[in-house]
Design a binder for this molecule. Structure first.
Ligand code: ADP
Ligand code: MG
Length: 357
């Protein structure tokens, strides 16, 4: 279990002579709790502080103040020997793989084992073979990194990170250099590793899709601050903060034609309906609507899943008397459907996009 308490990070930026002492604040008052065995995602825009935050967990970046507790011990107080031990137990995966180009795939994976200095040659060979099998690269072991695809290189990166039996795996934009299909296969691998080995994964990304696919919990970071955090389904289906809402909106851009359609109706109410889990499979909508005179026009619909939870989202227009519409909305809420009434922001017309606010 990891607990981050009141962590701040300042970087000194000295441009030439004379400007010593100028600082940038990269992290502000970070408090987070990361449970054992979970996949915890941190999402934010470029420059938000994601890499800095991730790198404080193995002290590649030392916080300027605050505590980082791993299994109860504050790692910022560790001496050199303790720090060495800590880094053995934490694996790290990078966006650009960071492989040694002059070494074979097998030697790249062997590298951390060699550095550890605690294994015999025989043990190392055996471990390398196990890891190659785990990431399905046994047949590539004698090749060099330049001979592999991006996805294969990242598999090597993951095998190398797992070499010393870590209990924590840190992933810094591990799929950002990969195409969507390869991204999915790497995410599946990370998810399998999390399940099979039970190790905790903390990953950072600017891609909502990554979080949605494999994370249990998420924290949203903006300008060095955690603005929202919780279970992925809660945070993404009911985003509270502007940054989260805009990340969600990017995944759900809506065409202007639908807005034009709405504008021509006088007595319609525009609503987004979200139903999670078992409710996603039930014909709640038709049942509720059948009880009234309300007409329901479905403008957009998706059924999807967040990790293992199915959910449905519908953008609908309800047309009818206010009393009937209210009745529909109340009945939907009673049936555990989340109802967000939407208003069309003025600027949406210029943006040609509807903001889900
Ligand atoms: P992200 O990973 O979300 O893109 P970073 O953690 O890399 O964000 O950076 C957060 C902020 O800290 C940025 O403003 C960045 O310019 C600054 N920063 C990062 N590393 C350094 C550094 N070594 N020296 C000075 N400023 C840095
Ligand atoms: Mg970064």
């Amino acid at each position: 279990m990891i607990r981050i308490e009141q962590v701040q990070k300042f970087y000194r930026v000295s441009r030439g002579s004379g400007s010593a002492g100028k600082q940038v604040q990269a992290l502000r008052d970070i408090n987070l709790h990361i449970e054992q065995g979970k996949i915890f995602g941190i999402i934010g825009r470029s420059g938000a502080g994601k890499s800095t935050l991730l790198r404080t967990l193995n002290l590649l970046e030392r916080p300027s103040s605050g505590k980082i507790l791993i299994d109860g011990a504050d790692i910022t107080q560790f001496d050199t020997a303790q720090l060495h031990g800590l880094r053995q137990r934490i694996g790290m995966v990078f966006q650009h793989f960071n492989l040694l180009s002059s070494k074979t795939i097998a030697d790249n994976i062997d590298f951390p084992l060699k550095l550890a200095g605690t294994y015999t040659a025989q043990q190392r060979r055996q471990r390398v073979d196990e890891l190659l099998a785990l990431v399905c690269l046994t047949d590539q072991k004698d090749k060099y990194p330049s001979q592999l695809s991006g996805g294969q290189k990242q598999r090597v990166g993951i095998a190398r990170a797992l070499a010393n039996y870590p209990t924590l795996l840190l992933c810094d934009e591990a799929t950002s250099a990969l195409d969507p299909e390869t991204t999915q296969s790497i995410l599946r691998l990370l998810s399998d590793i999390n399940q099979q080995l039970g190790l905790t994964i903390v990953l950072i990304t600017h891609e909502m899709q990554v979080i949605r696919t494999i994370c249990d919990q998420v924290a949203v970071i903006d300008a060095g601050e955690i603005v929202e955090s919780g279970d992925v389904a809660d945070v993404f289906l009911h985003p509270q903060h502007g940054v989260t809402q805009s990340l969600v909106a990017e995944n759900q851009a809506l065409d202007i034609d639908l807005m034009t359609l709405h504008r021509h109706r006088e007595n319609g109410v525009l609503a987004r309906l979200t139903y999670v889990g078992a409710a996603a499979h039930e014909p709640i909508l038709s049942r509720v609507v059948a009880q009234t005179q309300v007409q329901m026009v479905i403008l957009q619909g998706t059924i999807s899943r967040i990790k293992n939870t199915p959910y449905g989202q519908l953008l609908v227009e309800l047309i009818g008397t206010q009393t009937d519409i209210d009745l529909v909305l109340v009945s939907l809420r009673d049936a555990d459907v989340r109802v967000d009434q939407l208003e069309l922001p003025e600027q949406a017309e210029q943006n040609h996009r509807l903001n889900w606010e």
